[in-house]
Design a protein around this ligand. Structure first.
Ligand code: DON
Length: 305
């Protein structure tokens, strides 16, 4: 068996060389306050072991990684029917782009760009009595950590500066692809993005995707094996936005990033791995985090290819 702890410790040193070369997200002002030199990485194996290095237990803002959990919940409620309202092709555009929505008649390309995520959040507002509580319950259960919470400062900061998301929400509504009030949907969306979770929490919370839909922590079925396959396929093709191709080339794993600097990646049947380093490349993906995952799959030989 691989010496995962030893590998993480080597990567901690090598990926650390990239610290100082990226830029912390500042379009949500509260995110700009994070210390740029943070670095953490965690593994959760399907046999239940945790490994970690650096700041792997420190909560950070998960941002778009939350879209993975809202997709999972929505698939549970609606199954394949969600693909009547959202597509499953990479967008080739920045995650918050408005342009495709107009000529594609209000159907977002995939569930991980902001427009697609807003549609999923709208589904949750429709299908749960309290969508904020449903998302929180889900991630707490999946990570087995009741201390996970929303960061009200980050949620408020994003709401104060959420002009683009507000535009996307209204644009979707004008096409009839948002059922609830745009402000209600945005409130849930800004909160889901503000979830504060550590690398350890995220590696654990995504573990069902490495285990045919069954949580290795609780033995409960989160989604069917077919749905887990579909979510992993979407992560591979769309989880890293318009650099999904480059990420697949360099790392070779289904993964989801967030502008808080986190990336969670799935090695089916083996483990989940999560890395956090707040400085981003131009794409919006963590610079040192991407490098760390590239080193990880190179060293271990683990990838889906
Ligand atoms: O909606 C936004 O712009 C942010 N709350 C989330 C964006 C994000 O994390 C995209 N990630 N790469």
């Amino acid at each position: 068996m691989d010496d995962y702890q030893g590998i993480l410790e080597q990567i901690f040193v090598e990926a650390g060389d990239l610290l100082g070369r990226g830029k912390v997200a500042d379009y949500i002002p509260a995110l700009a306050e994070v210390s740029p030199r943070k670095f953490g990485m965690a593994i959760h194996t399907v046999t239940g072991e945790d490994y970690g290095v650096g700041d792997w237990r420190e909560p950070f803002s998960v941002q778009s990684i939350s879209k993975l959990f809202t997709l999972t919940l929505t698939m549970g409620f609606l199954g394949e029917a969600i693909f009547e309202r959202v597509g499953r092709e990479p967008s080739g555009n920045p995650f918050n782009s408005l342009v495709q929505l107009e000529y594609e008649n209000g159907i977002p390309r995939n569930p991980f760009i902001n427009a697609g995520a807003l549609v999923l959040t709208d589904c949750l507002v429709t299908h749960t009595p309290d969508a904020r509580a449903a998302i929180l319950d889900f991630v707490r259960g999946a990570a087995d950590n009741d201390a996970i919470g929303y960061d009200p400062e980050v949620a408020a900061s994003e709401a104060d500066h959420g002009y683009l998301n507000r535009a996307l929400g209204n644009f979707l509504k004008s096409f009839g692809n948002i059922d609830n009030s745009v402000e209600d949907v945005l409130d849930v969306y800004f909160h889901q993005c503000s979830l504060a979770m550590s690398c350890r929490d995220l590696a654990r919370a995504a573990a069902f995707l490495a285990h045919d839909g069954v949580s290795p922590l609780t033995d409960e079925m989160v989604v069917t094996d077919k749905q887990a396959k579909r979510i992993n396929s979407l992560l591979l093709t769309c989880g890293m936005y318009d650099t999904a191709g480059d990420f697949a080339f360099r790392v070779g794993l289904p993964a989801k990033s967030g502008v808080g600097g986190g990336i969670v990646a799935i090695v089916p049947d083996v483990l989940t791995v999560c890395v956090w380093s707040p400085e981003l490349a131009k794409s919006g993906n963590s610079l040192a985090g991407t490098r760390a995952l590239e080193l990880f799959t190179t060293r271990t030989g683990l990838s889906v290819f």
